[in-house]
Design a protein around this ligand. Structure first.
Ligand SMILES: *Cc1c(COP(=O)(O)O)cnc(C)c1O
Length: 399
């Protein structure tokens, strides 16, 4: 039986241009973002300008992680102790984590079998919970109907903050993910769409909000050295009001990231070719379904998800994962009883109020997930789909 030999966690190397730029920063000894000569634009400021232009927002702030971008956004939006913040039940732990870390209370919204938030549940919880904000997590790159989401936010006076860790470069009706609400939060951690090991980017168009966020990120009085920040006058109040949270990005990471923005369109094409090859293979497997990709959505296929039938027991799911793993295909499963690796489920986040989410539980019990790193080829994805097809059939026979 054929075995797949590549690693699901192996990203591409940093480009030679990025390496050269990072080495220049190292040789200069000036690694701190504010350690620049008079009139010089450091790599962090250059990155902020380039990313703001790429996304199409006036302001961008570079920080230490996507999680920090979310925490800073929530605080700068005025969210604090006891406030209720809605978010998707299907997401990654740092999302409810960001809400809890500002002292607010995560209120989890049901997820549909299309892996998007259930908008009826969102609306009823917006009203019932007296929520102040929605931290919308575009988990695994699946965008909900953004016109419907923004209408719900308007009706219920909800502040919208977008978690775009998996939608950097994605669009809804041609508009960049991360530009639909008060703020968009991005991650440049190794497994996302740009890679600096760790890092985060926050974009917005509201000057007062961005001034508060900048102070929170630990700008001291150096905010004029930012690349895409508000005017000095916008800091008049924020500079006295906001605590300094020391979450600045350093010059080495920014140097590594700078030319990754220019190569995003090309890499998006390559991710989508991988997704397409995998999706074509999965489409032929009986009982396996893929979430639909609405035509309004310009997605980035850096991972793929599929659902098996409701008849699959947990035992059969576990046997299937083990059989795929034995053939080199690493699947994540959201139905496991205990958290594992990067994967955890809403009922594992005991720092948040626990409430049953039957619809989400039913979806996650039969949901599998796979990374598609750019070190794979479309032929690799075809082979992976073939292995999954064979093991799905075996799992059926075994059951
Ligand atoms: C990775 C991730 C984050 C957090 O990003 P970090 O940079 O690792 O803090 C937030 N949301 C989702 C959905 C993620 O996958």
């Amino acid at each position: 039986m054929e075995r797949f030999g590549k690693s699901f966690t192996q990203q591409e190397p940093i480009s030679e241009a990025g390496i050269t730029r990072a080495v220049e920063v190292l040789r200069s000894g000036r690694l701190h973002r504010y350690n620049v000569d008079p009139g010089e634009t450091g790599s962090v400021a250059a990155l902020e300008r380039a990313f703001a232009d790429y996304i199409g927002q006036p302001y961008c702030l570079a920080v230490t992680s996507g999680g920090q971008a979310m925490q800073i956004a929530l605080r700068a939006a005025g969210i604090g102790p006891g406030d209720r913040v809605l978010t998707n039940a299907f997401t990654l732990a740092p999302v409810p984590g960001a809400i809890a870390l500002v002292g607010a209370v995560p209120v989890l919204v049901e997820t549909t079998d299309q892996l998007r938030p259930d908008l009826a549940d969102l609306e009823s919880k917006a009203y019932g919970a007296g929520a102040k904000a929605l931290l919308l997590s575009n988990m695994r790159g699946h965008l909900p109907d953004m016109a419907a989401v923004t209408a719900i936010c308007a009706r219920h006076d909800l502040i919208l903050i977008e978690d775009c860790a998996h939608t950097m470069g994605a669009t809804w009706k041609g508009r960049s993910s991360g530009t639909f609400g008060l703020a968009g939060c991005f991650s440049t951690q190794t497994y996302k769409h740009m890679n600096s090991g760790e890092g985060g980017l926050l974009v917005a168009s509201d000057a007062g909000f961005m001034a508060r966020a900048t102070m929170l990120s630990g700008s001291y009085m150096m905010y004029a050295r930012h690349g895409a920040g508000p005017a000095d006058a916008d800091f008049d109040s924020a500079k006295y009001q906001m605590p300094n949270g020391s979450a600045r990005m350093d010059a080495v990471r920014a140097a590594i990231l700078l030319d990754q923005i220019a190569s995003m369109p090309d890499r998006i094409k390559r991710w989508n070719a991988l997704y397409q090859a995998a999706a074509v293979g999965f489409a032929t497997i009986p009982g396996v379904t893929l979430p639909r990709r609405p035509q309004e959505e310009g997605f980035v296929g850096s991972s793929i998800q599929f659902l098996v039938g409701p008849d699959w027991t947990p035992g059969r799911c576990r046997a299937f994962i083990a059989a795929c793993a034995a053939r080199g295909v690493e699947l994540k499963w959201f139905g496991a009883a205990a958290p594992h690796g990067f994967t955890s489920r809403f009922d594992h986040w005991r720092f948040a109020p626990q409430a049953p989410l039957p619809r989400t539980s039913a979806v996650l019990a039969r949901l599998f997930d796979m990374r598609l790193p750019l070190t794979f080829t479309p032929a690799d994805c075809t082979l992976i789909a073939q292995i999954i097809a064979e093991e799905t059939a075996h799992a059926t026979e075994a059951a």
